[in-house]
Design a protein around this ligand. Structure first.
Ligand SMILES: Nc1ncnc2c1ncn2[C@@H]1O[C@H](COP(=O)(O)OP(=O)(O)OP(=O)(O)O)[C@@H](O)[C@H]1O
Length: 216
């Protein structure tokens, strides 16, 4: 993963500037938590980064982007669609290969949903759906993770397990998180967004919860 640095990141809706212009540079090994109140522009910033880093990033979007009619297996497999030829993907739709079934089964095991591999995504709970999107991101094995509130539907122990897995398995990440304590526990850099601008940018080790609360 090359480091990345962007200047002039900005987005507007209906003539209203919601993010930027701002600069963001991230180095390999950094796990960046984007924090800030609702509407500050965190999701928009994640999208701007993904537009620029699509090929080297695994994305967990806030809307999850699951295909409801397809089983969990195929939703996770989509993380590697662009790594296989068309014939392989077509065959997988009908009859998945054992090696892919084994890998995906292992990921679902790790995420506490081992028995859901052939369940259509439509019938999953919110927390299960979120874990499928996380499994898809892990399966992609990209060097960079871009995630927008990836633990919002998970209970305490599962939220910790997922944050640990994400920060272990991706060498670099940018994760929008509204849980400030989780941000301080699992990320090593905190970027606070306020009114579409970077209002705080510090190593997590230098911050306490109360320092971040000034953004809210
Ligand atoms: N597609 C869109 N059309 C119009 N306005 C939008 C659109 N997407 C975002 N916005 C506006 O941009 C601003 C920033 O939204 P964004 O979703 O990036 O915030 P956020 O910090 O991620 O909030 P949350 O924590 O609630 O997800 C908000 O005022 C929002 O209403």
């Amino acid at each position: 993963m090359r480091d990345f640095a962007f200047d002039g990141l900005s987005a507007s809706f209906g003539g209203q500037r919601v993010i930027g212009p701002l600069s963001l540079a991230v180095k390999q090994g950094e796990h960046v938590a984007l924090v800030g109140k609702s509407g500050a522009g965190k999701s928009t910033l994640i999208k701007l980064l993904y537009e620029r880093l699509t090929r080297e990033a695994s994305l967990v979007p806030q809307g999850l982007g699951l295909v409801n009619a397809l089983p969990v297996f195929h939703n996770v497999f989509m993380g590697q669609l662009d790594k296989h030829p068309l014939w392989y993907n077509t065959l997988t739709l009908i009859r998945p290969f054992r090696k892919d079934r084994d890998v995906i089964r292992g990921l679902l095991d790790d995420l506490g949903i081992p028995d859901k591999q052939w369940t259509p995504a439509a019938t999953l709970s919110g927390g299960e759906r979120q874990r499928v999107a996380i499994a898809r991101a892990l399966y992609r094995q990209a060097p960079l993770l871009l995630a927008d509130e990836p633990i919002s539907a998970l209970d305490g122990p599962m939220a910790h397990l997922v944050m640990q897995a994400l920060t272990d398995r991706f060498s670099t990440s940018v994760i929008a998180l509204h849980d400030v304590d989780m941000a301080l526990t699992y990320c090593n850099r905190i970027v606070g967004i306020q009114d579409g601008q970077v209002a705080l940018d510090q190593p997590a080790s230098r911050l306490r919860t109360s320092d971040i609360m000034t953004l809210y």
